[in-house]
Ligand binder design. Structure first.
Ligand code: DC
Length: 221
């Protein structure tokens, strides 16, 4: 049987950085489910679909075939045969991913892919509904969060380091809007699973969070 770790939490909590690091230490596969939603969002944007056109989103989503492959241990997202991993990290794609993730057709399409990966391999999978919905029997569930201000601050520093002009208040507003959308949708909203361990990383380093998860793993064995 494969071993599964689920990490859920709001945007910018550090899920992917931490999950990647844990995966490396435990020699697990890291599965970034947000990237799958982003690939479908890219397909919708390319077809000029707008965030509020839910009927069109249902229809077009069925045309977007998403596959996951691994190159040198790094997840690559394939959309209708094209590797789109380098095209999905924009704010525009993130916003569309959050809006289209409300759609039942989009969610059910990705659910099978996510469950199949977790059944086959030891995985650490991050997203919004992994512990509550995708892998309800995961061996360890983490709900990783941080204050909206701190998450905005981290994003602000990241963008500034890349030389991108941005405003902290605006980033914080966008983060709060994304939280609202992800937490208040009807299907599989973002929430802490009853049996998840809550980690608030507002005042923790990446290394501290990684260590805590590795400890949970060691205890569970
Ligand atoms: O983690 P991320 O920012 O790459 O995710 C983009 C959006 O995809 C997120 O705002 C909501 C959606 N998503 C989801 O609904 N369920 C998941 N398991 C992962 C992401």
């Amino acid at each position: 049987m494969s071993y599964n770790i689920a990490i859920d939490g709001p945007a910018g909590a550090g899920k992917s950085t931490i999950a990647k690091s844990v995966a490396k230490e435990l020699e697990f596969i890291y599965v970034d489910t947000g990237a799958m939603y982003r690939a479908i969002a890219l397909y919708l944007i390319r077809n000029n679909i707008k965030e509020d056109e839910q009927d069109k989103i249902s229809k077009y989503a069925t045309e977007a075939n998403v596959e996951i492959v691994y190159e040198n241990g790094e997840q690559q997202v394939i959309l209708n045969g094209e590797n789109v991993s380098g095209l999905i990290r924009t704010e525009e794609v993130g916003k569309m991913a959050s809006a289209s993730a409300k759609n039942p057709a989009v969610r059910s399409q990705l659910l099978d892919l996510q469950r199949a990966l977790a059944q086959k391999e030891d995985v650490i999978m991050d997203g919004r509904d992994i512990g509550t919905h995708v892998l309800p029997n995961a061996d360890i569930k983490i709900y990783l969060t941080a204050s909206a201000r701190e998450r905005a601050n981290r994003r602000y520093k990241e963008l500034k380091a890349k030389g991108i002009d941005c405003y902290l208040d605006e980033i914080e507003r966008d983060i709060i809007a994304r939280d609202e959308q992800d937490m208040n949708r009807e299907i599989a909203p973002l929430k802490q699973a009853e049996d998840a361990v809550l980690i608030d990383s507002s005042y923790m380093t990446i290394e501290e969070v990684v260590k805590e998860i590795i400890l949970l793993y060691a205890k569970s064995k």
